[in-house]
Ligand binder design. Structure first.
Ligand code: ATP
Ligand code: MG
Length: 416
């Protein structure tokens, strides 16, 4: 029974094996080592696209339903909600299951092997605030692997996998802290390099906070006010006003929630807001976004702006491209504003890293190396928060997007 290592991420998924004890990542699409965790139910072609093809279809304006960030829904009631997609009534466990089935099929085609077992990564905590939801999330994911055709699935904490893949970054006896900041969660593993092939894991912890939360915060700060968030709505009777309710805007700024906004009730609510708006121009943009299903296009624009504003070169003023709302329109995203806006989130990440070390009854000053992995570890605010809390530690950058799958591949080899 061959085991496939799978890092099912909020934003990106990867798969690998380690036939001779050396991790070998499997190209899941066109030579790429990672596959965007996204699907598109294409109404014309009557098929489910995944990865880059899904995002391309969305951005090209194809008719259909796009979904990204599905991992964030694990453990929530939305997972069991059924919806009609290409003529079938599917719940979100089916959708995750089909995504994983496609990963399995592609890995089998690429390697010529059959994989009936999976070694999957998991965040230390899917839901940091709610233990019951956290347990449910793992059950949901287990069920999705089952529906994907894996007869067996085992789980390994994602940062522990990253520690395995980065054991050579430490000198024997040194203490390392993996800092894995992904799309949906931040995960930490404190470990000691013993000198041999094995490592000694001292503590792991994590919180439900990642790059998609940065995207949401930036969207709420810069984009949603332009769609009427926080603006005055006149009461249907009389002269009083109230503020437009936040729920629609919050969901529109949240990757995983966007597909749930395209039903008739939300559209009716938005039309009603527009009718009574003190700033009809802004609410008209909300109506357009819902009518033309532009929520993901906006989310991609915010994410691209975040990455641009985070990059070191300061020649061009960073912007959020909102040309889907109005030709050539952009919203400025000043670097200082972004840093201030995201600092409180980065502080929560730093505090969680410290707690991991305290869990092992050690001092932060004992940590020799911080091993940064995960796409959001590239954020300057994150690095600054960690460096301030671990001033003595050297920073080592692991492979941002593939360290976890490399560790899972290594471990999967032990299982046959
Ligand atoms: N150059 C960059 N600068 C800043 N952020 C980046 C950069 N590249 C990617 N990101 C962010 O990293 C996140 C994705 O990282 P990653 O692929 O590690 O997450 P994931 O493994 O899918 O999620 P998780 O582990 O939380 O389930 C996204 O939020 C993305 O916007
Ligand atoms: Mg990850």
């Amino acid at each position: 029974m061959a085991t496939l290592g799978i890092d099912f991420g909020t934003s990106n998924t990867a798969a690998g094996i380690a036939p001779d004890g050396v991790p070998q990542l499997i190209a899941l699409e066109a030579e790429a080592q990672t596959l965007p965790t996204a699907v598109f139910f294409d109404a014309d072609a009557k098929e489910m696209l995944l990865g880059a093809a899904a995002s391309e279809a969305l951005l090209a304006g194809a008719e259909g339903r796009y979904m990204r960030g599905l991992k964030s829904l694990l453990g929530t009631r939305l997972m069991r909600e059924r919806r009609l997609l290409l003529g079938e009534r599917l719940d979100f466990i089916d959708i995750v299951g089909r995504f994983l089935a496609a990963v399995k099929a592609r890995a089998e085609a690429a390697t010529g092997q059959k994989f009936d077992a999976a070694l999957s990564g998991r965040p230390v905590r899917f839901h940091s605030a709610d233990a019951a939801r956290d347990a449910q999330a793992l059950e949901d994911l287990r069920e999705a692997y089952g529906r994907a055709g894996f007869h067996r699935v085992d789980f390994l904490n994602e940062p522990e996998a990253a520690a395995l893949a980065n054991r050579d970054a430490l000198r024997p006896g040194d203490l390392g802290l993996v800092v894995d900041i992904g799309g949906g969660t931040s995960d930490f593993t404190l470990f000691r390099q013993g000198g041999g092939a094995e490592i000694d894991i001292l503590a792991s912890d994590g919180i439900r906070l990642g790059g998609t939360d940065f995207d949401r915060s930036l969207s709420i700060g810069r984009v949603m006010p332009q769609l009427g968030m926080g603006s005055e709505i006149r009461h249907a009777f009389g002269k009083d006003t109230h503020l437009a309710p936040n729920a629609i805007f919050n969901d529109l700024a949240t990757w995983a929630k966007i597909p749930f906004l395209y039903g008739p009730e939300t559209r009716r609510a938005a039309a009603e807001l527009l009718k009574h708006a003190e700033h009809p121009k802004r609410l008209a943009r909300l109506v357009k976004v819902l009518d033309e299903e532009l929520g993901h296009d906006l989310a991609f624009a915010v994410e691209a702006g975040k990455i641009q504003a985070n990059a070191a070169d300061g020649e061009r003023e960073p912007v959020i491209d909102v040309s889907m709302l109005k030709p050539r329109a952009t919203l400025p995203l000043p670097r200082d504003w972004m840093r201030k806006r995201l600092e409180p989130l980065a502080e929560q990440i730093g505090a969680a890293a410290e707690r991991t070390v305290q869990k092992a009854q050690l001092e932060t000053a004992a940590v020799d190396r911080l091993i940064f992995v995960g796409g959001s570890s590239l954020m300057q605010v994150v690095e600054a928060s960690l460096r301030a809390r671990f001033p003595r530690a050297e920073v080592h950058r692991g492979a941002a997007l593939t360290a976890i799958v490399a560790g899972l591949a290594l471990r999967s080899a032990d299982r046959g």
